[in-house]
Design a protein around this ligand. Structure first.
Ligand SMILES: Cc1cc2nc3c(=O)[nH]c(=O)nc-3n(C[C@H](O)[C@H](O)[C@H](O)COP(=O)(O)O)c2cc1C
Length: 194
């Protein structure tokens, strides 16, 4: 069985982030042939075009980390019905300099948790619009809207209820299927043939 590495980005830099807990849970629920590794964003400075001539090492490393993995999983909270600024900043670094976008043709899945019954759905719609512009193919289904409640997710990545754990396993399997198609070059060849 082919092995894949999926990098995950947590769209929260909170020390008590429930989305980081969700990411930890996903690490432990991944299929046997998938390794999840974090691609950190908390040390990225604010992006400016001033950096285009010479990226700081932290941003170069961030882009390279995206290029090195088979797919990217974004685990993010919703802020004011959109994505947190820290995540948008990271995506802007990934997109630049123009013509060298790290997410171009990189399969991406988005998931997130909040206390709201819509579980970050509005943020994910905004995020998918951004990813479409960056030419990153995204997982359409299943959608990862996770309503959090106290005790659902532990710091260590345990999940209190089996239904959520089962859903997350299926979600990762669906994303792995998308990642495998891109890793095999099937999607690019289809695009060329069309
Ligand atoms: C600035 C700000 C805006 C927020 N806006 C939303 C929102 O639009 N929708 C929502 O479901 N939760 C919203 N929340 C609540 C977050 O879902 C909650 O703080 C969550 O714990 C954040 O995720 P994190 O713990 O991973 O950082 C907001 C929180 C903050 C601090």
């Amino acid at each position: 069985m082919t092995s894949y590495t999926i990098g995950y980005i947590v769209g929260s830099i909170s020390s008590t982030s429930i989305n980081r807990r969700l990411a930890k849970a996903l690490e432990s629920l991944a299929p046997d042939n998938v390794t999840l590794v974090e691609i950190p964003i908390q040390d990225l400075p604010f992006y400016s075009t001033d950096f285009d001539a010479e990226f700081p090492q932290v941003a170069t490393d961030f882009k390279q980390a995206i290029k090195d993995v088979d797919g990217v999983l974004i685990v993010t909270p919703e802020y004011s019905r959109s994505i947190p600024g820290v995540l948008k900043n990271a995506l802007d670094w990934a997109a630049r300099p123009y013509g060298d976008g790290a997410l171009d043709h990189k399969p991406v899945a988005v998931i997130g948790t909040s206390g709201s019954p819509i579980g970050t759905a509005a943020a994910q719609q905004h995020l998918k619009a951004i990813l479409s512009h960056l030419n990153a193919p995204t997982l359409g289904q299943p959608e990862g809207f996770i309503q959090s409640h106290p005790g659902l997710l532990t710091d260590g990545g345990e999940i209190a209820d089996d239904t959520t754990a089962g859903f997350l396993r299926g979600y990762l399997e669906a994303f792995t299927a998308l990642v495998s198609r891109y890793a095999a070059g099937e999607e690019r060849s289809e695009a060329r043939a069309a």
